[in-house]
Ligand binder design. Structure first.
Ligand code: CMX
Ligand code: CO
Length: 136
């Protein structure tokens, strides 16, 4: 299983508007997509950098993955996401290797993409997301 791109690097933030302002002011990076994803418990903003994104994540409540993360660790890097052409094939491949999956089957994330997570304890303490981007 070979990801074809680094889709995004996700950062947990307390205030998405001030985080967006910071990236715009310092790096002139603009938001190309912004969405509330209720199932994931976040408001997310995607900021384009070349063919990849910085994903800023503000939790919708404390009782969500990003809310719990902020409460225990504070703001910072939350996960990295690899783009894969076929997420079902990628999950089958990982299951075959006995990987510790958080999602056995894909969920729908921002941009209508199919997403699934691999546990951070599996990969040097970093949460990894697989993304199959929806057709334009
Ligand atoms: N990166 C690295 N480690 C993390 C982590 C993260 N993002 N989130 C939690 N952990 C670690 C904690 O530090 C803790 O480690 P210790 O046991 O060493 O203290 C351990 O995982 C358990 O932490 P927890 O607060 O009890 O969290 P849970 O086990 O309830 O949940 C996880 C952790 C990864 C299973 C959960 O956050 C999850 O399901 N994440 C996937 C969904 C998600 O993150 N959605 C938001 C993003 C949506 C998007 O990108 O579109
Ligand atoms: Co993500």
């Amino acid at each position: 299983m070979l990801p074809y791109n680094l889709d995004h690097v996700a950062i947990a933030v307390d205030n998405i508007d001030s985080a967006i302002d910071g990236y715009r002011t310092l790096f002139n990076i603009e938001v190309v997509y912004r969405e509330v994803v209720v199932e994931q418990g976040v408001e997310e903003a995607m900021l384009a950098v070349g063919g990849s994104f910085v994903q800023l994540l503000q939790p919708l409540s404390v009782d969500t993955p990003v809310g719990k993360f902020l409460a225990s660790k504070g703001e910072g890097l939350h996960h990295v996401a690899f783009a894969v052409p076929d997420i079902l094939a990628a999950l089958d491949h990982l299951k075959g290797l006995g990987a510790r999956l958080i999602d056995e089957s894909p969920r729908i994330g921002g941009r209508g993409a199919k997403i699934a997570f691999v546990h951070p304890k599996e990969l040097a303490g970093t949460l990894v997301e697989l993304v199959e981007v929806a057709d334009e």
